[in-house]
Ligand binder design. Structure first.
Ligand SMILES: [Zn+2]
Length: 389
């Protein structure tokens, strides 16, 4: 592919973006692997990589392969390049993380919201990020359940928001670029770039916890839809004999799998209030009431995973979310239910479990900030994106 030879006048070209992403996601990566992955000639790669190396965004590592012939000269992102912050908003708290440039965790924190007015939520978020004590934050990502567009929250039911220009409030408070994204899209982006889906072109992300979430990656891209924040996976029927959800569906995904429903079923059986975490502990030691509910949830989850793979024709599923502890007491049962609901002639579904629980959400938001920063690199304007003047 030919690239224009004039100096960089504006944003990165698509090929430059692809190079930056490949080194970020797969680095350290040999030049041979890069030319093959990006379909470039070796001289083109040398020319494309030069400004990244000159500006200190990438480094060329010592060749440790010890092989004779052409050295691999692997490329990587510069160490300590920048830090990012991610924030996940719920109806009553903001969960924040600081990460390195590969979404690796540096610090985490949680702060209760003092109210749900956008200005006060922004102030809580800014305070939570500052309290992380991480310097050189180059960008902030904010994620929440609901629909977002161009830095505005169109609808966020947990906060009661309609059409709130939220990114600019955070940007004003922290003084760094802020990007807003639906929480499931952000989580899927994190899995695609930095997580369990890194080398898988297509997969489903299913989250369990306070709610049920669903996102889809096809051909290496997250499927984006205005319906991403509606929660369309929440009421899929999974059991003919399960409890009833608030909307009256027997055995739907919400009734079978949300932490609230699981805790209240076991509380009713034991005639005392137990939390979701206590249910998992009770199930682990064989309490019959907890075990019954957890096993039914596991059967439903396995069926859900199989349904998702069967209908999307994608061969892998990443399970995540704040209720992921279910897998620690029901992994075998989930996998058995998955197999039972999958045609044996079909590709075996690869099931990956992201155990980072609630942190996964805020890390997803940070991943979106990292993507945004990489797409905004401008060699002609140091001081934008990741480039310091
Ligand atoms: Zn339902």
């Amino acid at each position: 592919m030919m690239e224009p030879m004039q100096p960089h006048e504006s944003m990165l070209t698509e090929t430059e973006k692809a190079l930056a992403r490949a080194v970020l996601i797969h680095g350290p990566i040999s030049r041979t692997a890069l030319t093959s992955r990006l379909n470039l000639s070796a001289p083109s790669l040398t020319r494309l990589a030069k400004p990244f190396l000159d500006h200190g965004l990438m480094v060329q590592l010592e060749d440790k392969s010890g092989s004779v012939g052409r050295p691999a000269q692997p490329l990587d992102v510069a160490p300590g390049l920048a830090s990012f912050a991610g924030a996940k908003l719920t109806g009553d708290a903001v969960h924040v993380v600081a990460t390195d440039v590969r979404a690796g965790l540096l610090a985490t924190g949680t702060r209760p919201l003092t109210g749900t007015e956008p200005a006060s939520v922004a102030a809580d978020l800014v305070a939570a990020v500052r309290a992380l004590g991480v310097s050189r934050i180059a960008g902030v990502g904010v994620s929440l359940g609901g629909t977002v567009r161009d830095g505005r929250v169109e609808f966020a039911p947990f906060l009661g928001w309609h059409d709130v220009a939220f990114a600019e409030l955070v940007e004003a408070g922290l003084g760094v670029p802020t990007v807003l994204e639906n929480d499931l899209v952000a989580l899927a982006e994190a899995e695609r770039w930095f997580g369990l889906g890194r080398d898988i072109p297509g997969f489903v992300v299913l989250t369990i916890g306070a709610g049920i979430g669903y996102a889809l990656v096809v051909n290496g891209e997250v499927v984006r839809s205005p319906d991403a924040g509606v929660g369309l996976g929440g009421h899929i029927p999974l059991s003919a004999t399960g409890p009833v959800c608030q909307e009256g569906h027997r055995g739907c995904a919400q009734a079978m799998l949300t932490s609230g429903s699981i805790a209240s079923q076991v509380s009713a059986a034991l005639q005392r209030a137990v939390t979701y975490e206590e249910v998992l502990e009770l199930a682990a030691v064989g309490d019959p009431a907890a075990r019954t509910v957890v096993d039914s949830a596991a059967d439903a989850l396995g069926r859900f995973v199989a349904l998702a793979a069967n209908l999307t024709l994608q061969p892998a599923v990443v399970l995540a979310g704040d209720g992921i502890g279910l897998m620690s007491v029901a992994d075998d049962r989930v996998r058995a239910a998955l197999a039972a609901n999958r045609d044996p002639r079909a590709t075996k579904v690869e099931l990956y479990v992201d155990e980072s629980s609630f942190t996964a959400w805020a890390r997803g938001a940070a991943a979106v900030a990292i993507q945004y920063a990489f797409d905004r690199i401008r060699f002609d304007r140091p001081g934008t994106g990741l480039l310091t003047p």
